[in-house]
Design a protein around this ligand. Structure first.
Ligand SMILES: [Zn+2]
Length: 298
């Protein structure tokens, strides 16, 4: 078993100008990993910012130009976040984090980006809290570098991975699976496999779906990499989510996805995506538990 890489930089921090996205969760999660001693079992790796060429592997040139210039165009203003240079730099760094997490996952088994998971960004425009689809950039960068052939995206955020679904719609090498709350943001796109759950679906039904689907997709698609989008907003105490997973259910979810992949020798990259719990301490707890599950799966 090799040690997971934890990709993090103190600059995973930016002023979202009062927006609900709790960007401080990254530092809080890191601090929690330190105070609990979990940090001793991972190697912390610093990311480099993604480049314009990295973004162009996924996003259209006009949108990349707008993004790099923090331009107030419709392609940018479709995001719910402010348009600002420091927010651009934050997205470049966290996207670099997902590129690094994928590389580390392929090299050593597990790479965790303590950030990222911005699955609502489309090729040609921003959406939700997402300017750059770091999941797709990470996968495409590795494919371009011939580090992987096939990948499986397992998106367990409470919201559908709509941008990721569109980006990989015509790419048979990348299978997109999203399990989410059906009656919630966003307008749904077509993933390779979608499971849209009823409001307040709890642990047992959620985990039954995952137990049925994840091993089957791994066996059928034979990916070199699983990109696990480990959203914390499926938690029962979330402000934006309407599912009812408990802390124990989330832990089982993590163990199942990571364990099934690692059991087959498949690399796992992880990004944290959403999490808006009423109690601010719950999101760092959920993300820390995902790190622990990754360490145990090795
Ligand atoms: Zn979400």
């Amino acid at each position: 078993m090799s040690r997971p890489a934890l990709v993090y930089d103190i600059d995973y921090d930016v002023d979202f100008q009062g927006h609900i996205f709790p960007v401080e969760k990254y530092r809080q999660t890191y601090d929690r990993l330190v105070s609990s001693g979990v940090i001793e079992f991972v190697d912390v790796v610093k990311p480099s910012p993604a480049t314009r060429d990295d973004l162009l592997l996924v996003h259209e040139p006009r949108y990349v130009m707008d993004f790099m210039e923090s331009a107030h165009t419709l392609r940018m203003l479709s995001s719910e976040l402010p348009v600002a240079d420091d927010i651009r730099d934050f997205f470049l760094l966290t996207t670099g984090g997902s590129i690094t997490a994928v590389r580390e996952a392929l090299a050593r088994g597990v790479g965790i980006n303590l950030g990222g998971g911005f699955h609502h960004a489309f090729p040609d425009h921003a959406e939700g809290f997402c300017y750059v689809n770091d999941i797709a950039v990470g996968i495409r960068r590795a494919k371009q570098d011939r580090l992987l052939r096939r990948a499986l995206v397992v998106d367990c955020d409470v919201h559908q991975g709509n941008g990721t679904a569109v980006i990989f719609a015509n790419d048979p090498d990348i299978f997109t699976f999203s399990i989410h709350q059906e009656h919630n943001y966003p307008v749904k796109q077509k993933s390779d496999l979608d499971i849209g759950l009823e409001d307040r679906t709890g642990d047992s039904e959620y985990l039954r779906h995952l137990r049925d689907v994840v091993p089957r997709l791994l066996d059928q698609h034979e990916p070199d990499l699983v990109f696990y989008v480990a959203g914390a907003d499926t938690y029962e105490g979330d402000q934006l989510g309407g599912l009812s997973l408990t802390m124990d259910g989330l832990r089982e979810r993590d163990e199942l996805v990571i364990g099934e992949a690692r059991g087959r020798g498949v690399g796992v990259a992880i990004a944290f995506a959403g999490g808006y719990s009423y109690r601010p301490q719950d999101v760092p707890e959920i993300h820390s538990a995902t790190c622990r599950a990754a360490i145990e799966a090795g």
